[in-house]
Design a protein around this ligand. Structure first.
Ligand code: AHR
Length: 501
């Protein structure tokens, strides 16, 4: 007989312990002109499922199921040498350019109008980035007018001639991308970038003071300038931006799977440091403004594993179960920070570091990481609750002792529904899970669903021939004496839904 897990984590939840409203822009994604994300990813005019605009309908259906809310475009590193004018107007007249970021040819068959119209058809909120690498204030305000101005200006009328009379009304704009990174075309010091972001932000806000602008933060917590970059940049552009970006990619460095499973710990420390730095800058200015974080690139990226891949396919990750559990855990962490993370974009949407894979001319399928994203986006309830709890810790080489349980609870005050997302971060030890529901004035609960991502083989993957090898399965949560109880196998992600009976 299975004796069950040796140790348990217990949490107490209460509808009064509110962190904040769930920010649905946390379920964002990212489409970059990189590898096969755009071409043969979302766009493939010769594909049997292509719509009249050349976009794949099979991919669109999977994106709808995945449930992203906001999508960043067109890069990424790509944007830092991109001339947006190359991607508008009649397709046959668009220039083929050399893409300096990724060392490939860019045909410009997809550009601003195609992306924005595609997003609108799918009900996605677009989020645009402007080029602050090879371009500057002028290009940014011209793109802004092309995209958002009412008819009657030269640029908005040009948009009208290109088939889009109504403004797109894009609200969130990134002021460049990863400008702290030496790999970035037009890489800058924080002083140089802060000044350019200040000038660009000021000019864009002249056009529309209600825009939400994102200053580039660090492209990783390990960057040598991390911390001072954010401070110096915000000291310059504080008045003109609402958000500062953060980017993080995680992998099991040196085979350290246990630290990898605890990657959310790094994300937590990253967010806390950026919030502290932004609040420090606010304090020096005697300002009550709360700069929020746009975590506009995050994911698992096992760069080491792909080092020998063909150029252009290095980031075509084929994700396994343990990586899906980490993705679920990173989403938990973002939700826990709903009060200070305003936007988060999983990088990316299709083929490159992506939940969806496609074969040119062939099928599209769900990767393992598709499932925690889709279930979290679909089921997370509108209010995020803080949890009080206790349980075993695990020792990690990279982060020291961390809680074995990683979880977040969301609540719907209108329906009374409670949705808990939980991860057992141990690579080898099962965990019992107990939730004290006593804080809710609910006489009787019903368990709506308990879904789990786990597998005997933590490296199992989905492939074109076995696209459903890994998918959510039923867990064993049950209710007893005002408590929820469940067993969490090692390396597992869970979505548990409860409702008043
Ligand atoms: O998402 C892939 C790349 O990673 C992006 O282009 C860049 O911003 C980051 O370094």
């Amino acid at each position: 007989m299975d004796a069950g897990p040796a140790a348990s984590s217990k949490i107490k939840i209460d509808p009064m312990f509110v962190v904040g409203g769930l920010n649905r822009r946390l379920f964002g994604s990212f489409v970059e002109h990189l590898g096969r994300c755009v071409y043969t990813g979302i766009y493939e005019p010769d594909h049997p499922t292509a719509d009249s605009h050349g976009f794949r309908s099979d991919v669109a259906e999977l994106i709808t199921e995945l449930g992203p809310t906001i999508v960043r475009y067109p890069g990424g590193n790509f944007v830092s040498a991109y001339d947006w004018r190359d991607g508008i107007g009649p397709k046959q007249d668009r220039p083929v350019r050399y893409d300096l970021a990724w060392n490939v040819k860019e045909t410009n068959q997809v550009g601003t109008d195609e992306f924005l119209q595609w997003s609108a058809r799918l009900g996605l909120e677009p989020m645009m980035a402007v080029n602050l690498g090879t371009a500057g204030v002028r290009e940014a305000v011209e793109l802004l007018q092309y995209v958002n101005a009412e008819p009657g200006l030269a640029l908005s009328d040009e948009r009208g001639r290109n088939g889009q009379v109504e403004p797109y009304d894009v609200r969130v704009w990134c002021l460049g991308n990863e400008m702290d990174g030496p790999w970035q075309i037009g890489f800058k010091t924080p002083e140089e970038y802060g000044r350019l972001a200040e000038e660009t932000g000021r000019a864009m806000k002249r056009f529309d003071r209600d825009l939400e602008l994102v200053a580039c933060g660090s492209s990783g917590r390990g960057m040598p300038t991390f911390g001072s970059w954010e401070r110096i940049v915000l000291e310059r552009c504080f008045d003109h931006v609402e958000h500062i970006s953060a980017h993080a990619y995680y992998e099991p460095t040196d085979g350290d799977e246990q630290s990898f499973l605890a990657s959310a710990e790094d994300m937590d420390r990253f967010i806390s440091s950026v919030v502290a730095t932004a609040d420090h800058v606010a304090a020096t200015r005697k300002s009550d403004k709360k700069i929020t974080i746009s975590f506009d690139e995050w994911n698992v990226w096992f760069a080491e594993r792909n080092a020998d891949h063909e150029p252009g396919t290095e980031a075509e990750e084929i994700y396994d179960v343990s990586e899906a559990v980490v993705v679920g855990s990173l989403l938990i962490e973002l939700i826990r920070h709903t009060d200070r993370v305003a936007v988060a974009c999983q990088a990316q949407l299709v083929n490159l570091l992506a939940p969806i894979l496609t074969r040119p001319g062939g099928p599209a399928w769900r990767q393992t990481i598709f499932h925690p994203f889709a279930l979290t986006s679909r089921h997370a309830a509108p209010v995020v609750l803080a949890e009080a709890g206790d349980g075993p810790v695990i020792n990690t080489a990279r982060y020291g002792a961390v809680d074995q349980l990683h979880s977040v609870t969301t609540h719907d005050p209108d329906t009374g529904a409670v949705v808990i997302f939980a991860v057992n971060r141990s690579i080898d030890t099962p965990l019992g899970f107990e939730v004290d529901l006593g804080g809710f004035a609910v006489e009787q609960w019903q368990l709506v669903e308990h879904l789990v991502i786990t597998d005997q083989d933590p490296h199992a993957r989905n492939t074109e021939t076995e696209p459903d090898r890994v998918r959510p399965v039923a867990g064993n949560a049950r209710l007893a004496d005002g408590r929820l109880i469940a067993d969490l196998p090692a390396i597992s992600w869970h979505c548990i839904r409860l409702a008043p009976a």
